[in-house]
Design a protein around this ligand. Structure first.
Ligand code: KIV
Length: 271
């Protein structure tokens, strides 16, 4: 038996980083070339999120994303990543299914999709599903706050956890997720002070997106990070590059060079 690669990230590492106060990042990935680049750049956690529907497939929300689509993209990501911990999202329909269905779908994400863990949105019934999966040896990352799969129930893309009752409910939900055996939790769209309070309240590593700087880690959707989201994305997103500009410029340069008869030149032609 070969020893595990020391640079490979495991689910338990996130709790160690939390205890050590080491902040970390997670990024979404949907295909082989970007997974390869992000993995080589040292991104420790890659999430094949159901944001796939919005970022890549042009849907208005995540509700239409199928397990089949996530597994298809997950397998491409898994072929590109050597060291990162790979997490696959359980889409809307799986996450609202029976324990049997959610187990079957999670097994497909870990089997055919090559993921190491799944992510499940919400508290309440999702906590029970989390216990069910964890008991079967499937690591689960939770997701609380503005959970996009509950978009309609929440009445839109609204910041969650405002007001005493909502705050108490989130504090209870994160405790339940910890007891259910989740290994980490995404906190999305909550006030920064609550993001910090939730993080202090639990041994679970928290990964924030629009949840302020007090979380243990931060996640961004890759297309927001790269400046590929039309209009710049939500308030919490920051573009760290202008890839949209680079793509437009490359396409125009190609067009100009062909129109001018400068491409292909000798160096790019066969003799
Ligand atoms: O689907 C996704 O990409 C997510 C992240 C925004 C956390 O859930």
């Amino acid at each position: 038996m070969t020893a595990p690669d020391p640079a490979t990230v495991r689910v338990g590492d996130l709790a160690v980083w939390k205890r050590e106060g080491r902040r970390f990042i997670m990024l979404t990935a949907y295909d082989h070339p970007t997974a390869r680049l992000l993995d080589a750049a040292g991104v420790p956690v890659l999430l094949v999120g159901d944001s796939l529907g919005m970022a890549v497939l042009g849907h208005p929300n995540t509700l239409t994303v199928t397990l089949r689509a996530i597994v298809h993209h997950a397998a491409a990501v898994a072929r590109g990543a050597e060291h990162a911990l790979l997490v696959g999202d359980l889409p809307f329909r799986s996450a609202r299914g029976t324990p049997e269905r959610v187990t079957r779908d999670a097994c497909r994400l870990l089997g055919a999709g090559g993921m190491h863990a799944v992510k499940l949105e919400g508290g309440g019934p999702a906590v029970e599903l989390t216990s069910h999966l964890v008991a079967r040896g499937i690591p689960v990352m939770g997701h609380l706050g503005l959970t996009p799969q509950s978009l309609h129930a929440l009445g839109g893309w609204r910041v969650q956890g405002r007001g005493a009752q909502a705050r108490t409910a989130l504090l209870a939900a994160i405790r339940e997720l910890e007891e259910a055996g989740a290994f980490a939790v995404v906190l999305e769209g909550v006030p920064a002070a609550l993001g910090a309070e939730l993080t202090r309240s639990t041994a679970l590593p928290t990964i924030g997106i629009g949840a302020g700087p007090g979380c243990d880690g931060q996640v961004l959707v890759l297309h927001d990070l790269l400046g590929l989201t039309p209009g710049g994305g939500p308030r919490f997103a920051r573009a760290f590059a202008d890839v949209a500009g680079a793509i437009t410029q490359a396409a125009r340069a190609f067009q100009d060079e062909v129109a001018a008869g400068r491409f292909p030149d000798d160096a790019h032609s066969y003799r």
